[in-house]
Design a protein around this ligand. Structure first.
Ligand SMILES: Nc1ncnc2c1ncn2[C@@H]1O[C@H](COP(=O)(O)OP(=O)(O)OP(=O)(O)O)[C@@H](O)[C@H]1O
Ligand SMILES: [Mg+2]
Length: 232
């Protein structure tokens, strides 16, 4: 039928409200294989909510969401879980590492319970992220930035159709932030679509596209040079 692969994600009029009233008012977004996109916006504007919707963690109140060509609206909970496991890697804002596993085991856990089978891939990717000496460390003994890199490796190791990352470089020194960004970009070069939330203009600048989320509404970032005012 269709030989070209469908976009990794197509969201149309996506909306979600928490009982408290906050959430996401409207998001329209298409992201193709190999593309990187940034979402910027103030605290509370709905960035993490958008990622949870795109990651099939939350179900939208309105709108349509296709992941890798699959219309998600009609899926059962089990089918949503299956699609998420098969197609999506997520770096959550609070990382969600498993404290009883070491660094490489946390990465290999992306594949399921047979950790040893994926030992090589997990250790190699951690090495690419500057963590070669720490692959066997318990995650409870690692720094915030080191744990962040493990979470990125776990999201990326299966080379999923879609990688969602919530502030994956926050709190990292510039060199480590660059290593994380390079890892995400090389995932895109291998065909993943990468959407990341960031407060770092340099990180957003390095993405193919920039979006802004303001009071729950997602739009393309203005093209104007945001550094203009610095030149005075
Ligand atoms: N579990 C929840 N229950 C109720 N309200 C929530 C919940 N999570 C988020 N909200 C509200 O929804 C809105 C969007 O929150 P969200 O976490 O998506 O923002 P954000 O843009 O990721 O912010 P930050 O930059 O601080 O991470 C906020 O007003 C927040 O208070
Ligand atoms: Mg957030």
């Amino acid at each position: 039928m269709n030989t070209a692969s469908p976009p990794a994600v197509v969201a149309e009029g996506l909306a979600f409200s928490y009982a408290s009233g906050g959430g996401l008012t409207r998001a329209d977004l298409t992201l193709g294989a190999g593309e990187t996109a940034a979402v910027e916006g103030p605290s509370g504007s709905g960035k993490s909510t958008l990622l949870a919707l795109l990651g099939l963690i939350l179900s939208p109140d309105a709108g349509a969401l296709r992941i890798a060509g699959t219309e998600t609206g009609a899926l059962s909970p089990a089918e949503r879980d299956h699609l998420r496991r098969r197609s999506i890697g997520i770096v959550l804002q609070d990382l969600g590492l498993l404290p009883f596993l070491n660094a490489w085991e946390n990465v290999a856990a992306a594949f399921g319970p047979r950790l040893a089978r994926h030992r090589g891939a997990a250790r190699e990717l951690l090495g690419d992220l500057g963590m070669a000496d720490l692959v066997d460390s318990p995650v409870t003994e690692l720094s915030g930035g080191q744990r962040q890199r493990i979470a990125v490796a776990r999201a990326a190791v299966k080379q999923p159709v879609l990688i969602l990352a919530d502030e994956p470089t926050s709190g990292l020194d510039p060199r480590t932030a660059n290593a994380v960004l390079d890892a995400l970009r090389s995932c895109a070069e291998r065909g993943s679509a990468v959407l990341l939330v960031t407060h770092d203009a340099a990180v957003a600048e390095a993405c193919d596209r920039r979006h802004v989320l303001d009071e729950g509404v997602l739009s393309a970032a203005p093209q104007a040079n945001v550094f203009e005012e610095d030149r005075g």
